[in-house]
Design a protein around this ligand. Structure first.
Ligand SMILES: [Zn+2]
Length: 102
């Protein structure tokens, strides 16, 4: 066991085949190559964690941590700012609907 938090009832073996999952270390969608989490990925995550929004925030915080480390190693461009990464990975998890306040 890695100690990584998983939502209740979640089958770990299905995580690997999740569409719109992140392609590391670029953190882009496997389907569209858009910055991850793309809109479909956010909707899938919101559905998956609909009963436990705190768990979603914790999961995305872990992704933010990993993505920050990965993207910092790719130093061929300035990369996203900490604010951009926070908005992209975490800010939307506290909202009822993603992107509804834009
Ligand atoms: Zn996608």
């Amino acid at each position: 066991m890695t100690g990584q938090y998983t939502a209740p009832g979640q089958d770990r073996s299905r995580r690997a085949v999740r569409p719109h999952g992140p392609m590391r270390p670029l953190w882009r969608c496997r389907v569209r190559a858009a910055p991850w989490p793309c809109q479909p990925a956010r909707l899938l995550l919101l559905m998956e964690y609909r009963r436990d929004r705190v768990a979603l925030s914790m999961y995305m915080a872990g992704c933010l941590f990993d993505a920050t480390a990965d993207l910092m190693k790719l130093n061929d461009n300035p990369g996203p700012s900490p604010v951009e990464l926070f908005e992209r990975f975490l800010a939307w998890t506290a909202r009822r609907t993603p992107g509804s306040d834009r």
